[in-house]
Write a protein that binds this ligand. Sequence first.
Ligand code: ZN
Length: 135
Amino acid sequence: MSTPLFDFTKNRPQVTAIRKRTLKMLLEASKSSYPNEFGGILREEKGVITELILLPGTISGERSALFKLHMLPVDSSVVGTVHSHPSGSCRPSDADLDLFRSFGYCHIIVCEPYDLKSWACYDGFGERRPLEIVK
Ligand SMILES: [Zn+2]
C-alpha cells in the first residue's frame, strides 16, 4: 500500500461526533448513487465531522478507482473516508481494511436502508469507533 500522506499520529484531533446535517448528506449521496458505490472524504472541525468532500475524478462502482488519494487536499482537518455498500452490511471488506490502514483514522461505511442507523465508523485498524450525532 502507499505511504500515508500525513502523519496522523501527530496532533491527531479527537473526533467524537458527526454533525447530523453532514450525516444526512452522506446518506442521501449514498442513496442517490445506488446501485453504485459512493465515496468521499471527511473533514472535522473541533472534533466534529462537519464536511464531506467529493474528490475530483472519483468514480463510483469501482473499488480501485474509488479513492484517488493523490487528489486529496493537503489539509490536516481531513480525518478519513466515507463510502457506501449498496449491497450488504456495513462491515469493512479486506480492500476497505487496506484503505483504512493506509490513510486517516475515521472511516464511515454507509449501507442500506440509508437511514440514521445504517452506518458505522471505523478507525485505521478497522475497529468500530463510536461517533455521536450532534446538531
Ligand atoms: Zn467497502
